[in-house]
Write a protein that binds this ligand. Structure first.
Ligand code: AMP
Ligand code: GLY
Length: 428
């Protein structure tokens, strides 16, 4: 990969752990002179200049990128992508990495994603979609439980109910379609077969033709040890996930990633950006649970910590449709992120508690602490969200990465610090 000179300016949009990890990796690029982060969090100023513009303020972001002659804008979260930020930037001839609004429907509408997979023979759970309560209830009763009920639109990771009984599924259908608990995101439901197996996430960077596929990662969605309690945005992640053997990785590329790229192009809505396939490795092979159109959070944190390649070069090439020739340089070893959350998360939680010990934790050169829900108040660092920090360890083995990450977690303190103790335990 050609080394570029340190001349480029990058804007990262978003303010979570994912965006801190992206800023950190981009700031380390020999091609990058300056990273900006809008709006960022309490940790991003260490690697990126804060810009006080929210991720939803598309006009403000466009004005900033134009005024600063930003060389590449990288969009972290899904909402601005689904809202068409990439189309706006492209129309203004501003270089941007991410999918168009039409391509972002793969995440923005689960109904669209299911229809797309059916049309292109991409393996996924059998399903039906409904906008009316009674036919949905009849379908649930006919199928029986366990069964999965999903709000079709964006619901911040909360719109999926894995119902173990028909009664539970009925409650979910009524809550989504009749009571509107997810608002417009629940105007339509997807009801699908419940798949069994082990989950993993395959994340690829694509320019619409070529793939730059990162090592498989595994997220831990439930709040409690042993996968108990309610779903969260993700309480920890690691890579590589050994469940995805090299043979399975090839199968995923052949049966999922390639058909998505080719199918989206054939449908007239080419997909470029991050293609994230949430997979169930079922006894019949890998099946798609969901697509996301951006890096996973927290999966992005261990992936960036363990990435050998220059992220700027890869994302810039992808944004230009020129990813051909780039393939990831394998890095031996592993990375593992433990999320430190506020007490009560994913329910209501306090904010404004003082955080200490990050510098001590980072004395280990194999540890990096990515901030998520934090903010600076003078020289104090305060909690400011449900997921507060992503404590990341690297190592020659997953066991070593895990030991370092957990040793670092012990050094960090804030009131109500909540974490899972079994991140990486399913890797065998
Ligand atoms: P999603 O946001 O669609 O990935 O769903 C969130 C979580 O619900 C997934 O990570 C799975 O644990 C679970 N899930 C989703 N769809 C299914 C399915 N068809 N069968 C079993 N579990 C599922
Ligand atoms: N960690 C799962 C997600 O980002 O959707």
């Amino acid at each position: 990969m050609a080394i570029q000179r340190k001349t480029h300016k990058v804007l990262v949009i978003g303010g979570g752990g994912r965006e801190h990890a992206l800023c950190w990796k981009l700031a380390a690029s020999p091609a990058v002179a300056r990273v900006y982060c809008a709006p960022g969090n309490g940790g991003t100023p260490a690697v990126a200049t804060p810009v006080a513009i929210g991720a939803g303020d598309l006009d403000g972001l466009l004005r900033f990128a134009r005024a600063e002659s930003i060389d590449l804008t990288v969009v972290g979260p899904e909402a601005p992508l689904v809202a068409g930020i990439v189309d706006r930037f492209r129309a203004a001839k501003l270089p941007v990495f991410g999918p168009s609004a039409a391509a972002a429907r793969l995440e923005g509408s689960k109904a669209f994603a299911k229809q797309f997979m059916a049309r292109h023979q991409i393996p996924t759970a059998a399903y039906a979609t409904f906008t009316e309560v009674n036919p949905a209830l009849a379908y649930v009763r006919a199928q029986g439980a366990p069964i999965v009920v999903k709000a079709s639109g964006l619901a911040a990771g909360k719109g999926v109910i894995v119902a173990m009984t028909v009664a539970e599924a009925e409650v979910a259908v009524r809550a989504i379609l009749a009571e509107g608990v997810f608002g417009a995101a629940g105007a339509e439901v997807v009801i699908e077969q419940c798949l069994a197996g082990e989950e993993c996430s395959v994340i690829a960077i694509t320019d619409g033709k070529e793939l730059f596929t990162l090592p498989a990662a595994q997220d831990h969605k439930r709040i409690g040890d042993g996968d108990t309690g309610p779903n969260t945005g993700g309480m920890g992640a690691y890579c590589p996930a050994p469940i995805l053997t090299p043979a399975l990785a090839k199968q995923v590329e052949r049966e999922v990633l390639r058909p998505v790229i080719d199918g989206m192009a054939a449908d007239g809505t080419p997909f470029s950006g991050v293609l994230y396939a949430g997979l169930m490795i079922s006894p019949e092979g890998p099946k798609v649970l969901e697509f996301n159109v951006r890096f996973g959070d927290p999966e992005c944190q261990p992936l960036m910590a363990n990435l050998e390649d220059d992220l700027y070069t890869v994302l810039a090439a992808a944004s230009r449709g020129a990813l051909g020739g780039y393939t990831p340089h394998p890095r031996p070893g592993a990375a593992l992120t433990v999320v430190l959350a506020a007490a009560g998360y994913p329910g209501p939680y306090p904010k404004g508690d003082v955080i200490t010990g990050i510098e001590t934790a980072e004395e280990d050169p194999h540890v990096v602490v990515f901030h998520a829900g934090t903010r600076l108040d003078g020289d104090r660092l305060l909690t400011d969200g449900g997921r507060v920090l992503g404590v990341t360890g690297c190592g020659a083995t997953l066991a070593e990465a895990k030991r370092r990450a957990y040793a670092a977690c012990d050094q960090i303190h804030f009131a109500g610090k909540t974490l899972r103790h079994d991140i990486g335990a399913r890797a065998r």
